[in-house]
Design a protein around this ligand. Structure first.
Ligand code: UD1
Length: 435
């Protein structure tokens, strides 16, 4: 397993472009199962999770091909060549929970689906009850057999219905994607109440509408879908990754650096910009003519003010940036308070940051962060993607050498992060086990 060796204390400076969003791309790829023609996606990041989704689609009879190296824009093309399979096997699902997003498209298009039930993961239990409840409301029968969710549409087609998707922790992003993708081919009109408002759901609706679906209200808690008989192909550029953009903003701030960040979806990052401003970090918009693909400059003064932050479903502060922000708060001038309302167990980074000299006190879903003068390099390990990003940020700022072990988690969500950070002046290198 690879690790990162980081010598901290270098200021990051320069220009970096944000890649297409992983969390948008996965359900977009799954939507190709619904199409009678070819779906072409531009700006799909090259990540382990994307490769897992390719493998899964391949098993489900979708031919997936990449554009030739050097082709501009780079794209991924998907075309269904065999629609007989309907089983997403445990071997793939266990490597990537987001495999669940083939459930809705398979059921809608092929009338049946068998998807291995995703297990828990490092950030908590992560049930899929809301996905199943939503699909049942559309008329599907659902059973659990040998750890697989087995779903069938009676007579081969789902029926439009009103579906409530609110849960104890708010709405569900992939649950909304699943139910919306299933309802597009259902007979009649469906309404999703308490739908997730995340921008990735909006991006999926954009692609589905380009394929011929009739979806309105995506991005609000009430999505209305008029079912259609068939969907054709389409071309679509994946939205930029707001979590990657936020991570780069934190990287500029934690190193007292100055970064120009291109392809930033600032329009989807209001809560993030608000909290960074409260910390004293300036995000200057250089070109926001397209607020989904803006260029901004992020610089930080030496003093970071302590803040309070609570993660919430969109448009609140994203849980996927909580760990990275916490690394920054470790160096603020006073006590900050971080509350996690989406995944209350998502604090794997707390013990590891503490190994680097952070002063953190967790009680339930809240962490009090007492700012320290400096972090110190240490060997650390994280078992989830965003926690690993938090440790890389801490390592960039720390005195001495930080070794972040098991970076395969990081590779699931950030494409060649170390190479991109080196270009900005970081001293970071990947060390393989075999080395
Ligand atoms: C997606 C993102 C993930 C992000 C999360 C929340 C992808 C691939 N992943 O995950 O990066 O952290 O949104 O923004 O897009 N819940 C239930 N029952 C369900 C489904 C969810 O109780 O059936 C709970 C979850 O345990 C969690 C909360 O609802 O507490 C939100 O989860 P959800 O929005 O479903 O997360 P994902 O879509 O899996």
């Amino acid at each position: 397993m690879d690790s990162f060796h980081i010598n901290g204390g270098r200021r990051l400076e320069g220009t970096i472009r944000v890649n297409g969003s992983k969390n948008a791309a996965l359900p977009l790829m799954a939507a190709s199962l619904l199409a009678d023609d070819q779906v072409r996606l531009m700006d799909v990041p090259d990540l382990a999770d994307i490769r897992s989704m390719r493998r899964l689609l391949d098993e489900l009879g979708v031919e997936v091909s990449s554009s030739e190296p050097g082709d501009e824009p780079a794209s991924l093309t998907m075309k269904v060549v065999d629609d007989t399979a309907s089983h997403a096997r445990y071997e793939i699902v266990r490597t990537m929970r987001a495999s669940i997003c083939v459930l809705g498209p398979l059921l809608a298009k092929r009338g049946r689906a068998r998807v291995s039930m995703p297990g828990g993961c490092a950030i908590g239990e992560r049930p899929v009850d809301l996905h199943l409840r939503g699909l049942e409301a559309l008329g599907a029968s659902i059973e659990l057999e040998s750890g697989d969710v087995v779903a069938e549409a009676p007579g081969g087609r789902l029926r439009g219905a009103t579906v409530f998707l609110g849960g104890a922790f708010g709405s569900t992003v992939l649950g909304t994607a699943n139910v919306m993708s299933a309802a597009v081919l259902a007979e009649g009109t469906s309404v999703i109440e308490s739908a997730a408002c995340e921008p990735e759901v909006v991006d999926l609706a954009r692609l589905l509408n380009a394929m011929g679906a009739r979806i309105s209200g995506a991005g609000t808690p009430r999505i209305v879908i008029e079912g259609v008989d068939r969907l054709g192909g389409a071309e679509h550029t994946v939205m930029p990754d707001r979590i990657e953009a936020g991570t780069f903003m934190c990287a500029a701030a934690i190193t007292n650096g100055s970064l120009t960040i291109e392809n930033t979806p600032v329009d989807c990052m209001i809560a993030v910009l608000d909290r960074l401003a409260a910390l004293g970090i300036e995000v200057e918009l250089l070109d926001a003519s397209d607020p989904l693909r803006a260029t901004c400059r992020v610089a930080s003064g030496r003093v970071l003010h302590p803040i309070r932050v609570t993660t919430q479903p969109h448009p609140g502060f994203p849980t996927d940036l909580q760990a990275q922000l916490m690394a920054l708060l470790c160096l603020a001038d006073g006590n900050s308070i971080v509350t996690e309302k989406v995944f209350p167990e998502r604090f794997l980074h707390v013990a590891e940051l503490s190994r680097m000299g952070a002063q953190l006190h967790r009680q339930g879903a809240t962490v009090v962060v007492t700012g320290v003068r400096e972090l110190r390099g240490a060997p650390v390990m994280a078992s989830d993607l965003r926690a690993s990003a938090s440790l890389v940020l801490a390592g960039l700022a720390a005195r001495g050498t930080t070794i972040v072990n098991r970076v395969y988690h990081l590779d699931r969500g950030y494409e060649r992060l170390e190479e991109r950070l080196v270009r900005l002046g970081a001293d970071i290198r990947r060390v393989s086990d075999s080395a």
